[in-house]
Write a protein that binds this ligand. Sequence first.
Ligand code: FE
Length: 182
Amino acid sequence: MIEMLTVNTLHKMKTNHVKKTATKAGWHAALYMLLLLLTTGCTNGQNKNEMKYEISKTPEEWKAELTSEEYHILREKGTERAFSGDLWDNKKEGTYTCAACGQALFSSETKYTSGTGWPSFFKPLEKSSVAIEEDRSLGMVREEVLCSRCGGHLGHVFPDGPEPTGLRYCLNSAALDFEPED
Ligand code: FE
């Protein structure tokens, strides 16, 4: 009798242990799936872009609005050939706006002749007009300049500009529109 009880108890204990282990494994699997969903959701570029910029459009929508050169520079982070754009030598007074969303970005008052063949400025219109991101492409570490409203790529900023800021915002003409002063 005692022997029967012991065997029964042992059997019950084993069954409970198996059940507990199975439940634990189930929880682990659920947690793993949740983590997987969260991490893949966070690294999705489109989602990141949607959260970050006020204006967010699909590549197809941008392609319908921009020329192929504008699309390549603004949305694919391209660079126009030096001295090829229509604004590097523009000396008129006015405001430079984003060619994608129209946000005012730079004033002719901060434009200067850098000799690089790209429109160059020592300061944006407002600090909040542009967003700066680290760019590690082409084996270099550079500071990328983007429109803060639509995330359009404008160019790069370097620490070799004139006073008072010592900065050189080196931009693509194709990423900008120019609105002359009245
Ligand atoms: Fe923009």
